[in-house]
Design a protein around this ligand. Structure first.
Ligand SMILES: [Zn+2]
Length: 149
């Protein structure tokens, strides 16, 4: 018997049940960040624009605070697609998601958006790019509560 076997056998089965309860994360955008996303989306219209979100995941109150934007290097922008090669990004734990624009009417994530999900949250802003056009989604495409504060 090697060490690994011994470790597995000694594992407490109760550990399995200690998974945290499913909580809905709330996304908190600073006013400045929301304005930045709006301005960026407008500047790329009629193409999509994409940004990286910086912030912190506050586990204790299940909030994701977003307080910074980074323009991704080597991003591509088209009317139906925007993206960036995530392997070119520096490893940075403050990169917690992306924001991109939908020049069309809907801020729901597309299948492609979900397949290219990066981080904890995807923020999507749709035309005409005001505060009410901003949506936040998790990697399953589920809408998350969003606060601009
Ligand atoms: Zn999209």
């Amino acid at each position: 018997m090697n060490q690994n076997d011994r470790k597995n056998q000694g594992q407490d089965p109760a550990m399995e049940e200690k998974k945290p309860p499913k909580v809905n994360r709330t996304i908190v955008l600073t006013r400045e960040t929301a304005d930045g996303i709006i301005t960026f989306a407008k500047s790329w219209h009629p193409n999509e624009g994409i940004l990286i979100l910086r912030g912190q995941h506050q586990h204790k109150n299940a909030q994701v605070h977003i307080d910074g934007l980074v323009v991704p290097p080597f991003a591509s922008h088209g009317p139906y697609y925007s993206g960036f090669p995530s392997y070119d990004l520096p490893f940075d734990l403050s990169y917690i998601g992306t924001a991109h624009s939908h020049p069309g009417g809907s801020n729901r994530p597309s299948l492609q958006d979900l397949n290219n999900f990066f981080g904890l949250v995807s923020i999507i802003i749709s035309f005409p790019y005001d505060e009410n056009c901003i949506g936040a989604f998790d990697r399953n495409g589920k809408s998350l509560p969003l606060i601009i504060a």
